[in-house]
Design a protein around this ligand. Structure first.
Ligand SMILES: Cc1cc2nc3c(=O)[nH]c(=O)nc-3n(C[C@H](O)[C@H](O)[C@H](O)COP(=O)(O)OP(=O)(O)OC[C@H]3O[C@@H](n4cnc5c(N)ncnc54)[C@H](O)[C@@H]3O)c2cc1C
Length: 414
């Protein structure tokens, strides 16, 4: 019997799942449904496009004929409205019903909105899609003043876009530093200097009270939580993601700030798998459920889900050390694993452009942040993969040159 696989979402998780399914199950029917109007593109690169530094072409990954050549059905501009897990079918906005034997949910997230006055005014942007990037590029290139909100990995992209587009911008942050859950003020100060270097001024202990608009409904200023007014004919907001799972709300799907899946990407619903940003997956290295919003992790989850779907079995477990790098400034930045989790950390500043934090859980490395010198990442990731106990050697991981050979060998199993 020919198996039919349906994938919701043509981001990197959904698209890599489709590709793997075609390899693992050559005779199967595969359909990918996405509400975007274009096939897979490189979401990591859209920031470079929005900066005005890259043309459209290199951002695209798949032309539509990529799917046809592999006999994969692709439905663009198709929004899934609900899923009936008992009937094994999904329904779309146009009233179409698509049946499946196995379903992969890979619909990612949508940027959260700020619940303040005029948050939907013209000139206020959220950043997730290529379409968003086109609008940001257009508006930022004409703006003189800007405000960025959201002290995380996407907010800093918006700040860098302002810098590249010569927008005189203020970057409003709630706490005392950028990404305060993963960096101390000392490490973050290097990032702040990077922002200042491209013409973006960080503002701490701030937030948004309201946006002021002109007579045409275009944003002209931001009033922060301290009553300060920042002129801003461009605003970029990146305060988090709402997962795209409304169409599953009438099912018994288990969620916990994301769709709960085991290490095989299986949900609690029969024949329903999930992959990518919207999962809370069982992390076999961490030994608990965790979340990870990164390209490499989403791609790997899509592939692992596909292998298990095709095998109709728990054929392969997801086991991955993620990393996320930023190259906006003169020094590189990389976070890996789970830098905001764990029960202990060590950190050190080496010079004005170099800083390191390593986080631990039960004496094992579970994540970290490297600024300036990324070379030690190989060692730290290997320690993570090996789940090596480094309880007595944490400080040694801060030595400038870290070599796995110089660390005590892992304890032998008795
Ligand atoms: C600007 C930006 C910069 C980034 N930079 C980096 C980086 O440097 N490094 C890194 O590792 N990661 C980066 N990321 C994160 C990375 O891109 C994501 O983790 C990854 O793309 C998630 O892939 P996904 O397939 O899970 O979800 P998505 O890429 O979000 O794909 C989900 C798809 O499902 C569609 N969809 C949603 N709901 C429905 C529905 N009801 N019906 C049909 N289709 C639906 C969506 O429109 C979307 O096309 C960045 C993200 C952004 C936005």
């Amino acid at each position: 019997m020919t198996e039919s696989y349906v994938i919701i979402g043509d981001g990197i998780a959904g698209s890599s799942a489709a590709e793997t399914l075609r390899e693992e199950a050559p005779e199967s029917d595969i359909t990918v449904v996405t509400d975007e109007g274009e096939a897979l593109y490189n979401r990591i690169l859209i920031k470079e496009f929005a900066k005005g530094k890259l043309p459209e072409a290199p951002v695209s990954i798949h032309e539509e004929n990529w799917y046809a050549e592999r006999d994969i059905g692709l439905s663009l501009n198709t929004h899934v409205t609900d899923v009936d897990p008992d009937a094994h079918e999904i329904h779309t906005h146009s009233g179409e019903t698509i049946e499946y034997d196995k379903l992969l949910v890979a619909s990612g997230g949508t940027p959260s909105k700020l619940p303040v006055d005029n948050a939907d005014a013209d000139g206020i942007h959220h950043f997730w899609t290529f379409q968003d990037a086109r609008a940001i590029n257009e508006d930022a290139s004409e703006a003189d003043t800007g405000v960025v909100v959201g002290a995380g990995l996407l907010g800093i992209d918006l700040a860098a876009i302002c810098g590249a587009q010569n927008v005189d911008a203020h970057y409003l942050m709630r706490g005392e530093c950028w990404w305060r859950y993963a960096l101390s003020p000392e490490g973050a100060e290097i990032m702040h200097e990077g922002m200042r270097g491209v013409g973006v001024t960080p503002v701490f202990g701030s937030g948004v009270d309201e946006f002021v608009t002109d007579d045409d409904g275009h944003v002209e200023a931001t009033i922060d939580s301290n009553g300060e007014r920042y002129e801003s004919d461009f605003v970029g907001i990146a305060i988090g993601l709402d997962f795209n799972i409304e169409y599953l709300q009438d099912t018994d799907l288990e969620t916990d700030d994301g769709i709960l899946v085991d290490e095989y990407m299986q949900t609690n619903l029969d024949d329903v798998y999930a992959a990518g940003d919207l999962t809370r997956f069982y992390d076999t290295i961490l030994g608990e459920h965790a979340q990870n919003g990164s390209w490499g992790s989403a791609k790997e989850q899509g592939q692992v889900a596909a292998k298990n779907m095709a095998a109709d079995d728990a054929a392969e477990a997801f086991r991955w050390v993620s990393s996320y790098s930023i190259t906006h400034f003169e020094f590189p930045f990389l976070s890996f694993g789970h830098p905001t989790l764990g029960d202990d950390y060590v950190e050190k500043k080496y010079n004005d452009h170099e800083w390191r934090r390593i986080t631990f859980k039960d004496g094992k490395v579970v994540g970290g942040v490297l600024i300036g010198d990324l070379a030690p990442q190989t060692t730290f990731k290997q320690l993570m993969r090996e789940e090596r106990d480094v309880s007595g050697q944490k400080e040694r991981l801060l030595e400038e040159e870290v070599d796995i050979e110089m660390l005590d060998a892992p304890a032998q199993e008795q």
